[in-house]
Design a binder for this molecule. Structure first.
Ligand code: CO
Ligand code: CO
Length: 323
């Protein structure tokens, strides 16, 4: 979180992950074999149906625990709602949707807090645990690693299209299904396998989160733009030009950190698109990347980690099989 960078991090030997590396969650050592993983996330509605909004907010909040290789155990709901404007039934549906996703994840809801707010906001603070030896930081990528993305991109563009009435139902549904999908199964699959670095793709888009991982790890990333999977209909919506504001902000932030050569404008837009409840982005040995791809065709091998160069990210078609 950007604001926190103005504050000196706490010094405590039990603090395993603070905010200096812009990782997904904070991690605090409890004993030799257990560390706490804690995170909080909430946002304004991304879909119209209150139940689905609640469920997506839950999947999204849980994702930051999975992105650390952790197992979520408890959650607290956080909600801001405008006075009078919303039916109490609507709020109830949001909470029920969130609850159902938490139950799917085996997470116990402990309570929550609501405040009056000009705009509806909903999400969770989530607590999980992780074996400190199996903790996935975003800072462990090694030159030569293979880069894997577990969900296609485009949820920001698709949900923005809904606000303008331009997203057809058959385009929205796969995006909603993707946002509702927990990243848990990959944590299970990778529990006994080698993971050098991981994060999940959310508001900063693939490139923003990839940049943070590269930066924290002291490597550069080489991505093959043609290998990055997009949700169906995203390319058409990009052509229509109705885009989330976050794309512009992400591009401005990354402007001099990324070598934009070999990247078409429409690809750049997709790779900068802010995701809600996006997939995991992992830096792993070749054998693990191949095992993931064998496990599910949703796992896309999209590039390689390289020794640190001038730019943190560059694009090379065919990058995967070089070196
Ligand atoms: Co995250
Ligand atoms: Co987050």
């Amino acid at each position: 979180m950007e604001v926190l960078r103005a504050i000196e991090p706490d010094r405590d030997p039990r603090l395993l992950v603070g905010w200096e590396t812009a990782d997904d969650a904070g991690v605090y050592l409890l004993d030799e074999s257990t560390a706490l993983v804690q995170t909080v996330d909430f946002f304004t509605p991304v879909v119209d149906e209150p139940f689905v909004y609640g469920a997506v907010a839950a999947a999204n909040a849980l994702s930051d625990v999975y992105a650390m290789g952790g197992r979520p155990i408890t959650a607290l709901a956080v909600c801001g709602f405008p006075s009078g404007a919303l039916e109490i039934d609507v709020l109830g549906e949001i909470f029920r949707g969130g609850r159902s996703k938490m139950q799917e994840a085996g997470v116990v809801l402990l309570g929550g807090h609501t405040v009056r707010d000009a705009e509806l906001k909903f999400g969770y603070a989530v607590t999980g645990t992780v074996n400190p030896d199996r903790l996935w930081r975003n800072s462990g990528a090694q030159s030569g690693d293979w880069l894997v993305l577990t969900k296609p991109l485009g949820t920001g563009i698709i949900t923005t299209g809904v606000k303008f009435g331009r997203t057809p139902g058959e385009v929205l549904q796969p995006a909603v299904d993707s946002m509702l999908q927990l990243n848990r199964d990959w944590v299970t699959f990778l529990a006994e396998r080698e993971v050098h670095a991981a994060t999940d793709v959310t508001g900063f888009g693939l490139l923003g989160h990839a940049y943070e991982l590269a930066q924290a790890s002291g490597v550069s990333l080489e991505i093959d733009p043609l290998k990055v999977p997009l949700l169906p209909g995203v390319t058409e919506l990009i052509r229509e030009g109705l885009l989330p504001g976050g794309i512009k902000a992400n591009r401005k932030w990354l402007d001099h950190k990324v070598d934009w050569t070999n990247l078409e404008e429409s690809q750049a837009i997709a790779l900068l698109d802010p995701q809600t409840s996006g997939g995991l982005f992992l830096s792993v040995p070749k054998s693990v990347a191949e095992a993931m791809q064998k496990q599910s065709k949703q796992a896309a091998i999209i590039g390689r980690a390289r020794a640190k160069q001038e730019y943190s990210i560059r694009f090379t078609p065919g990058a995967i099989n070089q070196g």
